[in-house]
Design a protein around this ligand. Structure first.
Ligand code: AMP
Ligand code: GLY
Length: 417
């Protein structure tokens, strides 16, 4: 198969790394890719949102299979457009991707289908929202309904913060049209879990449960980011939790999406909160999580390309996924200042000192090569350093040994993943 992966993050590096090892993969391209992806795939400098150029490239190279990494092209309907051209593509269509593109849709969807989620109200009118926040109990959570790259959720402690946030979203439109509608919901306190499941319309296979760390600073302080580190499987959970998630969240969602004529094919990523014994859906994403994808792929023993192909071909009931019996951890190294403003393009030093083997891998996110072929830190999130071990604490010790060797001006990472 000639395969094309779309995207440029750590998630796409991990996907390309695994796909390049598949005997089914004859040639691998990535658009646009990054400095790390270059070592496993041919990177092509085309803008993902330029569909005409993409189409020309796919035709010219006779690509057999396209795998879409990020949410934006999915939500903009790239899967529908490629399907029309009879090109095989992994990812949900636009109708199904509404689970990620509209939080108001998803909240109402959960309500009408009895999927547990935090109590909420939806506001399309600014004055109504302002009235509502006058006399309620705090903390609450205010969410922009549309896509916001992880920056559209605000934990609010009092009515002054609430009013400012509503004004920023609904009047000043700081997140553009994404803040036109807002969800205001109860604040839940518990343990966050990511459950990514492959879904082929009818059948599903949950991947190992994982945990992301969304806040920029240690002890979950500071603003939300795309994700500062993740690990899997979860060492502390009771065995029946997966079963509960399947029965209360994943299965009713697949069924209801079919009933509502939005059949889902791709990665259904359920962001969950475990509050004592109860599981709540916090959000859906319709693609692999970044950084969750990196430790997941690192522990995968089966052929990823074959699995994704089976998913598109609705053959998950005939698919078995094997995992290494280890724990994997990814620590994300970022440019200091992210998720706000940051200086970029520092030269990353000592990457050549890291020995990559079956237990250690540095996945690249925002990296590039400069004129002298130095690897530079060009994005907010820059590297996902990933290690694995049979013992969780040993994997953790190892990941920080590697992280501490890698240096560039302005690097930053969380020490408590
Ligand atoms: P979301 O984009 O909806 O996943 O929200 C981003 C992050 O905000 C989540 O990963 C949680 O850490 C936090 N969050 C969202 N909704 C809630 C909630 N109802 N209660 C507590 N924390 C929340
Ligand atoms: N790790 C969170 C996300 O991919 O949205």
């Amino acid at each position: 198969m000639k395969v094309l992966v779309l995207g440029s993050g750590g998630r796409e590096h991990a996907l390309c790394w695994a796909i390049s090892k598949s005997p089914l993969c004859k040639k691998l391209f990535c658009i646009p890719g990054n400095a790390g992806i270059k070592s496993v795939a041919e990177c092509i400098n085309i803008k993902i949102n330029n569909f005409n150029s993409l189409k020309k490239f796919i035709k010219k190279e006779k690509i057999n299979f396209v795998i879409v990494g990020p949410e934006e092209p999915i939500v903009n309907g790239i899967v529908d457009k490629l399907n029309k051209l009879k090109i095989k593509v992994f990812g949900p269509n636009k109708k199904a991707s509404i689970l990620e593109s509209s939080k108001t849709f998803t909240k109402d969807f959960c309500k009408r289908n009895n999927i547990p989620t935090a109590n909420y109200k939806i506001f399309r009118n600014y004055k109504d929202a302002i009235n509502y926040v006058q006399n309620i109990k705090y903390p609450i959570v205010i969410k922009a309904s549309g896509l916001a790259g992880g920056k559209g959720v605000f934990i609010i402690k009092n009515k002054f913060e609430a009013k400012k946030t509503l004004r920023d979203l609904m009047i000043k439109r700081k997140l553009g049209m994404s803040g036109k509608e807002v969800v205001i919901e109860d604040y839940l306190v518990g343990e966050e879990i990511s459950c990514l499941a492959l879904v082929d319309g009818k059948n599903y296979i949950p991947l190992l449960l994982s945990q992301d760390h969304k806040k920029i600073y240690e002890n979950d302080k500071g603003p939300n980011t795309g994700g500062m580190g993740a690990y899997c499987p979860l060492p502390y959970l009771r065995k029946n939790i997966q079963n509960k998630i399947n029965k209360e969240i994943i299965e009713p969602t697949i069924k209801a999406m079919n009933k509502e004529k939005r059949p889902f094919n791709g990665v259904l990523y359920a962001g969950l909160m475990l509050v004592k014994e109860k599981i709540y859906l916090i959000e859906y994403n319709v693609r692999f999580g970044d950084p969750e994808c990196q430790p997941l792929v690192f522990l995968l023993k089966s052929d990823l390309l074959k699995i994704l192909d089976n998913c598109v071909n609705k053959r998950l009931n005939k698919t078995i996924i094997k995992w290494k019996k280890e724990y994997a951890l990814s620590v994300v190294m970022v440019n200091k200042g992210y998720p706000g403003k940051f200086k970029k393009n520092g030269i990353i030093k000592n990457l050549n000192l890291i020995t990559e083997d079956k237990n250690t891998k540095v996945f690249h996110s925002g990296t590039n090569l400069d004129n002298q072929n130095n690897t530079i830190a060009s994005g907010g999130r820059v590297l996902s350093v990933t290690t694995s071990d049979k013992n969780f604490n040993k994997a953790k010790k190892k990941v920080y040994e590697v992280v501490k060797k890698i240096k560039w001006k302005n690097s930053f990472f969380r020490k408590d993943i």
